[in-house]
Design a protein around this ligand. Structure first.
Ligand SMILES: Cc1cc2nc3c(=O)[nH]c(=O)nc-3n(C[C@H](O)[C@H](O)[C@H](O)COP(=O)(O)OP(=O)(O)OC[C@H]3O[C@@H](n4cnc5c(N)ncnc54)[C@H](O)[C@@H]3O)c2cc1C
Length: 602
């Protein structure tokens, strides 16, 4: 019988948090420690999954995460720069000028089709009468995110500028905001039409889901005027580069033994009689040509011994692992502190960007049809180094929670085969990607028809290729997570990194982070855990960022999570509001109100 592999650190999960942890630890102690990374599928990247459709070698179909905010996602921004990964803009509207020599059209002309009415982004402010919601008099004159700001100004002026610690203390209508579901809280201050408007026009149902109000209330980063960047070769190139460098670095363990693909961790056992405290039991998996991963039959589980374990995976994946570790009462209670939200993306490839004739170049259109959000991802010939064709990619649908079942209902049936455009040389059977989720004719026809309606067209040329991804299957359970109401998320996100004091098992990733739904959250929990429990120093590539340097100057103990560790108990005599310069905050609130009033009564 072969001896189990012996590791100092076993990292499980080949998503961005696991790959980052492996990369950092190998740099720090790979010379004298055996560190290995294990991944369930045959793919590094997890919820970063970048695919390319035929005829579009320079326009990436991002089936998971697609963009970051360089102004606030400091870990992603600086890591991407340190790794020298090429970036490109991810505009939320047209970068072309409306008039020759004028300013860029931007997001103002982005299209909305709600309740059977067409209007543009600018109409929220310029023509509130065109917005087909029976809003209260005081609710008019704002777009969905600004309506959220207005609600925040009503509930607690200056809330977005407070620290999480301060926000946790704010009481409204007799109880702390963190004890509210966001929907429950909105219900107290908005008409039902106002809520429906925010839900429909915001594009993401997750933005107004009944998750913890303390994180939901100040979150407006999905606005059409946010500045985003994306990676030229796809967001997946971030974890792929980290994993590659992890494997290539010099170190004690042979490079070929550092990454174990197609290994599903099924169980963690405690060993009391060995230097290696843990036995990790792995079931070999296999991934078929379409990308579907299942357990390999007739394959004995393999044991790996480790002194320390890092689990870089989401809630559902953690729940699938058998171990006394998960019997810990605190962990049992708090693993369920986050909601798992479903998410779905569908891409259609067209021979030509027909949307350009409608003045739509980039950014998104929003509708209450089940496709919900359509993004104009680009045309091949306009990409740096792109081929000279007009092949274009549309993210025809980006939807979540309530609309995902609509598309799941169309999954069974005849597979979509597409067609080969004259401008493309490829075998007919290759024009539609082999993919874990094989797209059906019904799905494509239904989405294409909704896209046609969204753009107010009679008929549009059909797509030649298509692909979709739904994130509900194991081991993910959903696309992203949101803190549940009534949980002390400020304390949980700290403790979750090292949930059981006498065990050396650590949990990182997006699920229990402060920036849920973002890669930034996954990296922040990983870096925070590595510094606090593995003694790593802050990375040089981050320290040289002036914004980060300022954060450190203001708070030398900053550890990538929003409050000091351990988070203090809340005092029962909570302030209703804590603001720095209160009169300035009040002036801002009033100015913001005037903006809405002027929009309606101009
Ligand atoms: C549709 C969608 C859109 C998004 N958009 C954005 C965006 O625009 N910008 C952004 O920054 N973020 C976005 N995100 C979020 C971002 O993708 C995630 O925050 C991030 O990728 C999560 O990384 P992670 O390491 O925490 O987990 P994951 O990426 O989920 O990685 C977990 C890994 O663990 C593996 N695993 C699970 N169980 C086991 C097991 N038992 N044994 C071995 N391996 C296992 C999985 O196969 C997976 O590879 C989006 C996500 C989705 C789904």
């Amino acid at each position: 019988m072969t001896q189990p592999i012996q590791l100092d650190i076993a990292i499980v999960g080949g998503g961005v948090s696991g790959c980052y942890s492996a990369w950092r630890l190998q740099q720090d102690r790979g010379h004298n420690s055996n560190i290995a990374l294990f991944e369930y599928s045959n793919r590094i990247g997890g919820r970063l999954y970048s695919r390319k459709l035929p005829g579009l070698p320079n326009v990436v179909a991002e089936l998971g995460g697609m963009r970051y905010i360089p102004g606030s996602h400091l870990m992603v921004k600086n890591l991407v720069e340190a790794l020298k990964l090429p970036t490109k803009e991810f505009p939320m509207g047209s970068l072309l000028p409306i008039e020759p020599g004028g300013k860029a059209a931007g997001a103002d002309n982005n299209l909305f089709y709600l309740r059977g009415q067409y209007f543009r982004y600018r109409d929220f402010a310029e023509h509130p009468d065109r917005i087909p919601y029976n809003l209260n008099w005081s609710e008019r004159g704002y777009g969905p995110e600004n309506m959220q700001v207005k609600v925040m100004n009503l509930i607690c002026p200056g809330f977005a500028d407070m620290s999480l610690q301060q926000q946790m203390q704010v009481k409204v209508f007799g109880k702390e905001i963190w004890r509210y579901g966001f929907w429950d809280l909105l219900y107290k201050v908005l008409s039902n039409e106002g809520y429906q408007f925010m839900k429909d026009a915001g594009g993401y149902e997750a933005n107004v889901a009944n998750a913890n109000a303390v994180t939901q209330l100040p979150a407006t980063e999905y606005k059409d005027d946010t500045v985003f960047l994306t990676l030229k070769d796809g967001f997946q190139s971030l974890p792929l580069t980290l994993a590659q460098q992890f494997a290539d670095m010099p170190g004690q363990l042979a490079p070929s033994e550092r990454i174990g693909m197609n290994q599903r961790l099924t169980e963690i056992r405690y060993n009391t009689d060995s230097d290696y405290r843990y036995s990790l039991i792995f079931q070999a998996t296999e991934t078929n040509s379409a990308g579907k991963t299942t357990d390999k039959v007739d394959c004995e589980p393999v044991e790996v011994l480790a002194k320390q374990i890092i689990l870089g995976m989401p809630r559902r994946a953690l729940e699938l692992i058998a171990s006394p570790f998960f019997d810990d009462p605190w962990l049992k209670q708090n693993l369920k502190s986050v909601l798992i939200q479903s998410a779905f993306k569908m891409f259609l490839a067209y021979e030509k960007p027909w949307w350009r004739s409608l003045g739509l170049v980039a950014g998104r259109s929003v509708t209450d049809l089940p496709i919900r959000q359509t993004y104009y991802m680009g045309t091949e010939c306009e990409q740096p180094g792109g081929e000279s064709t007009l092949h274009s990619l549309l993210m025809a649908s980006y939807n979540d929670i309530g609309t995902v079942p609509f598309w799941k209902g169309l999954e069974a049936g005849k597979a979509f085969t597409g067609y080969v455009p004259q401008s493309l040389s490829c075998a007919p059977e290759q024009v539609v990607l082999k993919h874990e989720f094989q797209i059906t004719e019904d799905m494509v026809a239904t989405a294409h028809q909704q896209v046609t309606t969204l753009h107010n067209q009679q008929q549009l040329p059909p797509p030649y290729s298509a692909v979709y991804q739904e994130w509900g299957d194991d081991p993910y359970g959903g696309g992203w997570h949101e803190w549940k109401a009534n949980y002390r998320l400020d304390q949980i996100m700290y403790r979750m990194r090292h949930p059981v004091a006498d065990q050396e098992i650590y949990i990182v990733g997006e699920a229990y982070s402060y920036e849920q739904g973002w890669v930034e959250g996954a990296l922040n929990t990983a870096e925070s855990m590595l510094e606090q429990f593995f003694g790593l120093c802050k990375p040089a590539w981050l320290l040289q960022d002036p914004v980060f340097a300022k954060i450190l100057q203001d708070n030398p103990d900053y550890n990538f999570l929003p409050t000091a560790c351990p988070a203090p108990d809340l005092h029962s005599s909570s302030n209703s509001c804590v603001c720095g310069d209160c009169s300035e905050v009040l002036n801002e609130v009033t100015e913001f109100a005037y903006e809405g009033i002027n929009n309606v009564e101009r």
